[in-house]
Design a protein around this ligand. Structure first.
Ligand code: PMP
Length: 395
């Protein structure tokens, strides 16, 4: 049987991790994989997570199954974190999922159950796993222009022109904040225009929010999601806790489906529970319980928010430093976008040859599309990267 399996293309980012590990140079710099790293290159456990885990060990009296939707307290806490009071709680069905990836997958599954003919529109580029999961599920998909390679900012005219072809019932997948892989985000005014267009077309928005708190702060990073969720009768939201709680391997995420009335909420909830049952039955609970504890305990929450804010401001500082250094070395503002971008990533907009030169000649590893992980830098390596970029530009 197994001989019939075809080869799978290796994941490009994981291949990059392997190449980085194998590189003997001491001064190599890893800007590839999308995990947060501190100035020492470590991905630490948040203080509040450690405390919550200790408490869990002491206080948990059973590990019996939760519900197919996970612990309802987790859904409540996440709805509150992502949506605040934008949408009445009784209009939202929710399930815990294994990470944001699980939430995206279950969201696509829900679309397929409800409307197998729907096309899912996604930004070009988007997180590659969106595309790969949609391909694997054989769902219809269509890209919309998003990134202007020249300016390294959002190609808003292109985006609106492409979205004009959206059909009624299609699903438009948007990033809630900190767009991966580009770092370029819509302004509030642009979000309002997208909302008007999608309403006009009768489309359903689906939002993937995986970096709340990494861009402009917990509340500001939720603004796009809230504006969209508040404007539609129906909306899907896939949220990940991997980055903002640092619980990557615990697989912690949530899928929310906003519905216009109680009857449809019930229907959506039943289908979402069913989808969990078919795929893995009860969703993972450890990370979800830790997140719930942090979000509902004022002391833990304050500590988590403080640490998250330190991380966010640290990345913002690195952005400013890198943009400043490149402005100085190039005597131009053509890399000013790095300070405008938000989140962990920026797409530099340089070609594959230059990405290759940076790796070969300078030991600097970034994804082939020139996405850099800002958190892979520190105050000492920023000038090294800037100098390498300028040297590589000169060829
Ligand atoms: N969506 C986007 C845009 C992401 O960047 C990620 C993480 N790379 C995810 C979803 C899912 O992350 P996880 O499954 O680790 O929670």
């Amino acid at each position: 049987m197994l001989e019939h399996l075809k080869d799978q293309a290796p994941d490009k980012i994981l291949a990059l991790v392997a190449a980085y590990k194998a590189d003997p140079r001491d001064d190599k710099i890893d800007l590839g994989v999308g995990v947060y790293k501190d100035a020492k290159g470590k991905t630490p456990v948040f203080r509040a997570v450690k405390k919550a885990e200790h408490r869990l060990v002491d206080e948990q009296t059973s590990k019996v199954y939760t519900t197919l939707a996970g612990d309802p307290a987790f859904s409540d806490a996440m709805v509150d974190l992502v949506l605040g009071d934008t949408v009445a709680r009784d209009r939202i069905a929710a399930i815990a999922t294994p990470g944001g990836t699980g939430a995206c997958r279950q969201g696509f599954e829900l679309v397929r159950l409800a409307n197998p003919d729907a096309t899912i529109w996604h930004s070009d580029p988007t997180w590659p796993n969106h595309i790969s999961i949609l391909n694997f599920m054989k769902m219809k998909k269509s890209p919309f222009r998003y990134f202007d390679e020249e300016t390294a900012l959002v190609d808003f005219d292109g985006m609106m022109a492409d979205l004009a072809a959206v059909a009624s019932g299609d699903v438009v997948l948007l990033h809630g904040c900190c767009h991966n892989p580009t770092g370029a985000n819509l302004t509030a005014d642009q979000v309002a225009q997208v909302i008007a267009l999608l309403k006009d077309k009768g489309a359903v928005p689906m939002i993937d929010i995986a970096y709340q708190g990494f861009g402009d702060g917990l509340e500001d990073d939720a603004a796009t999601t809230r504006a969209i969720a508040g404007a539609f009768d129906e909306c899907l939201i896939a949220a990940s806790c991997s980055k903002n709680f640092g619980v990557y391997r615990e697989r912690t995420g949530v899928l929310m489906a906003i519905a216009p009335d109680a009857e449809l909420v019930k229907k959506a909830q039943a289908s979402m529970n069913f989808l969990n049952r078919q795929n893995y039955s009860f969703p993972p609970d450890h990370g979800a319980r830790v997140v719930t504890m942090i979000l509902t305990d004022p002391e833990l929450r304050a500590d988590w928010e403080a640490e998250l804010e330190e991380i966010r401001l640290g990345m913002l500082e690195l952005r400013k430093q890198l943009a400043g250094e490149l402005a100085r070395l190039t005597n131009s503002d053509r890399y000013a976008f790095i300070a405008t971008h938000r989140g962990m990533f920026s797409r530099l907009g340089v070609g594959p040859e230059m990405v290759e030169t940076l790796r070969k000649d300078h030991g600097i590893y970034m994804v082939g599309d020139s996405r850099i992980n800002i958190a892979g830098l520190n105050a000492d390596t920023v000038p090294i990267l800037a100098a390498a970029i300028v040297a590589a530009e000169k060829g």
